[in-house]
Design a protein around this ligand. Structure first.
Ligand code: ATP
Ligand code: MG
Length: 419
């Protein structure tokens, strides 16, 4: 990846209308471009981060035994009338007519669609439990789409749906998903609190939200730091300073958080109206028991930036960084340039992802400022000074001291930093 050919540019100043850190840094670093409030382009670097985030989620969902599918964004009204949600979701769902007067909606979520597909796949208790997920673009008419990637009108979500014959099977899978979620967030270097939240209209039980502490979050979580117990403010009766109900000595506080995921028992709310049923061993018909589990892919990218940055820019966790190394060549000297090309080729050949700042007529200061802003974990510098030693200067973005390293030692050094 040559920076001179990258379809993006860094900005000295953040766009004036952006207030949140993630929106400012992602715009300045050339990761995203805003088309309108809540609708963004992922530019090449942002696209790579998003792909890394998706890769981690996909691995953990596949590990659950869930198979990936892809459902459409454009839905006919009839699919939503079956459950009454064409009316009840009017305030968030984009709904419109085509020239023939037929009504459509853009999917804000996919319970109706997946349950209807399930009727062609699930027939007997022997078909259960089963689960499927997608990573897909959602549309929601959000009243306040601000805060960069945190709340989009068009955004990608990972949505997983599970189907069960009984509550026991659902409860078991629900716990397994909970742990898979924590693993997903941990791999992105985020600490997520499993938070008790309202079960909504579907369930008497609580649902669970995964909350990451950040001032840019729109949620308020009542949290005990001692044992990690957390409840959403919407259901909590606990004031800041109250005794934690789950551990001796713990005290709760109210903290701003971002909901990066949630898991929800749906019961038969969708299977009954959509006629999704299975036959038990005796041949009797029962509605399938369902659950849905969401992760906000784009919101995760925003949240990672909110958590991992300093006053100079983003500090990407290695697992989601757009590249492993940012190679910077200084000056116009031909020998220096040729050596940098050699380093780029050698590392790329080893399968390493390198962003190569091969731009001309730029000062060291300008290039370093950009490298800090973009936030790739390791910065490699090739200059007259380093070439005099036949070496490359290596500096970690996160509090690293520069050191001179021979080209032959670079792959091992950078590789060994990897998880
Ligand atoms: P919120 O309370 O933040 O509006 P929600 O309860 O509507 O979230 P779900 O419908 O459960 O969210 O969606 C699953 C996940 O998708 C959420 O946990 C969140 O991470 C993400 N998400 C929801 N709405 C948006 C949005 N407008 N923009 C970006 N991500 C979103
Ligand atoms: Mg919402």
């Amino acid at each position: 990846m040559r920076q001179s050919k990258l379809f993006s540019r860094t900005l000295k100043e953040a766009p004036k209308d952006e207030v949140s850190v993630n929106a400012q840094l992602l715009a300045r670093g050339g990761f995203i471009s805003k088309l309108m409030a809540g609708v963004h382009t992922f530019l090449p670097l942002g696209f790579r981060v998003r792909e890394k985030v998706i890769g981690i989620i996909r691995e953990e969902m596949n590990a659950l035994g869930a198979s990936e599918l892809l459902m459409p964004a454009l839905h006919p009204r009839a699919a939503w009338d079956a459950t009454g949600r064409w009316e009840s979701m009017k305030s968030v769902m984009y709904q419109f007519r085509d020239l023939q007067g037929k009504e459509y909606g853009l999917g804000p979520t996919h319970e109706e669609i997946v349950a209807a597909i399930g009727t062609h796949i699930i027939f007997s208790y022997a078909d259960l439990p089963i689960s499927t997920y997608q990573i897909q673009t959602k549309f929601r008419s959000e009243a306040r789409a601000k805060s960069g990637l945190m709340r989009g009108r068009e955004f990608s979500m990972k949505d997983l749906y599970s189907f069960h014959a009984d509550e026991q099977s659902l409860a078991e899978f629900y716990e397994v998903v909970k742990h898979a979620y924590l693993k997903v967030f941990k791999r992105m270097e985020l600490t997520a609190f499993v938070t008790e939240a309202s079960g909504g209209d579907f369930s008497k039980e609580h649902s669970h939200e995964f909350m990451v502490e950040t001032s840019a979050g729109e949620d308020e979580t009542v949290l005990c730091r001692l044992c990690g117990y957390a409840e959403n403010k919407e259901i909590s009766k606990l004031k800041s300073g109250a005794t934690c109900p789950k551990c001796p000595g713990g005290v709760v506080e109210h903290v701003a958080t971002s909901e990066v995921g949630n898991i929800f028992k749906l019961g038969t709310r969708f299977s009954e109206p959509l006629n999704l049923r299975y036959r038990d061993a005796a041949g009797a018909l029962h509605p399938v028991i369902m659950a849905s589990y969401g992760i906000g892919v784009d919101r995760l990218v925003g949240t990672i930036v909110e958590v991992h940055h300093d006053d100079r820019g983003i500090v990407w966790p290695r697992s989601v960084a757009p590249a492993a190394a940012h190679l910077v060549v200084l000056g116009e000297d031909e020998k220096v340039r040729a050596y940098a090309e050699k380093v780029y080729e050698a590392l790329t050949k080893k399968g390493m992802e390198v962003l190569f700042d091969d731009r001309h007529e730029m000062s060291a200061g300008e290039k370093f400022t950009d490298a800090d802003l973009i936030g790739i974990p390791a910065r490699l510098v090739v200059s007259e000074k380093t070439l005099a030693h036949n070496k490359v200067e290596v500096k970690e973005r996160k509090n690293g001291k520069p050191e001179l390293v021979a080209l032959k030692d670079l792959p091992a050094l950078l590789g060994s930093n990897r998880e």
